[in-house]
Design a protein around this ligand. Structure first.
Ligand code: CDP
Ligand code: CDP
Length: 226
């Protein structure tokens, strides 16, 4: 599997990772790994089962038993469409708490590696470039100012008919970023060889074009590259 090309996109909450990953993957015909969805699904399953955060091994067991499927932009847990349930901020906050548990990260490890399939993979999350795919051909660390990220998340929710205050959203995402940056296992931080991309004043299309040009520049180094 090591020769299959991988692009990693890590960064803080609502920086645009998922959108960028989907569009870059669509252009290249690659697979996508939305690793955050695995942590969110683990959080949802834990909340539903009423398992508290003290029971690390019970939560890890739920993580290893996840029956998660991605189908055309929707996420299914078993037969249930959980696309919207996963985006709930109660689930978001819980996801960064379960994500700090080493046994949970271990339980999700091989599940994530299995997404590396031909012709290639674009993986987004927090530790894609540092832990899961340290040999990735291109590592992007995507950031944007907290104000920009809160505004974007707000717009995203409004478009789905969900109301929320920008101030609350900003507080939620900053609390989650701090938790993700300060945990002992796989903290959110750029890989030493990551390219930094602040997209605060970029359109999505500009970011996509930039990442595709970075990937094209590296093509000679990847025999299976696109
Ligand atoms: O995956 P992550 O939480 O990092 O972010 P996302 O869900 O991909 O992006 C959050 C929102 O920001 C989405 O509604 C994107 O369309 C929007 N966005 C934007 O307006 N401009 C950008 N340059 C990047 C993302
Ligand atoms: O969309 P957003 O950026 O807000 O979050 P996400 O990517 O769906 O991830 C939700 C949470 O899962 C994050 O706050 C992290 O705590 C955790 N996560 C992680 O620890 N490692 C990853 N590779 C992906 C997500």
């Amino acid at each position: 599997r090591d020769s299959i090309p991988v692009i990693t996109i890590d960064g803080p909450s609502a920086s645009g990772k998922g959108t960028l990953a989907d569009l870059v993957a669509a252009k290249l015909g690659y697979w996508v790994l939305d690793s955050g969805a695995l942590y969110r699904a683990t959080a949802l399953a834990s909340l539903r089962a009423g398992v508290s955060l003290d029971n690390e091994h019970d939560i890890a067991a739920l993580a290893s038993q996840l029956d998660l499927h991605f189908e055309g932009g929707q996420v299914f847990l078993g037969h249930e469409d959980v696309t919207h349930a996963l985006r709930d901020e109660t689930v978001g906050a819980m996801s960064s708490k379960v994500a700090a548990l080493p046994a949970v990260r271990l339980a999700l490890h091989s599940l994530q590696l299995a997404f590396r399939r031909l012709p290639g993979l674009v993986a987004d999350g927090r530790d894609m470039g540092t832990m899961l795919f340290p040999q990735a051909g291109l590592k992007v660390f995507l950031t944007a100012s907290a104000a920009t990220r809160a505004e974007r998340r707000h717009k995203q929710l409004i478009s789905k008919g969900i109301s929320a205050s920008i101030a609350d959203l900003r507080e939620d995402l900053e609390a989650r970023d701090l938790r993700d940056q300060s945990r002992k296992v796989s903290p959110l931080k750029p890989a030493a060889d990551a390219l930094m991309l602040d997209n605060s004043s970029q359109t999505i299309e500009e970011s996509v074009d930039l990442v595709l040009s970075w990937w094209a520049d590296r093509r000679p180094f990847h025999s299976a590259g696109h």
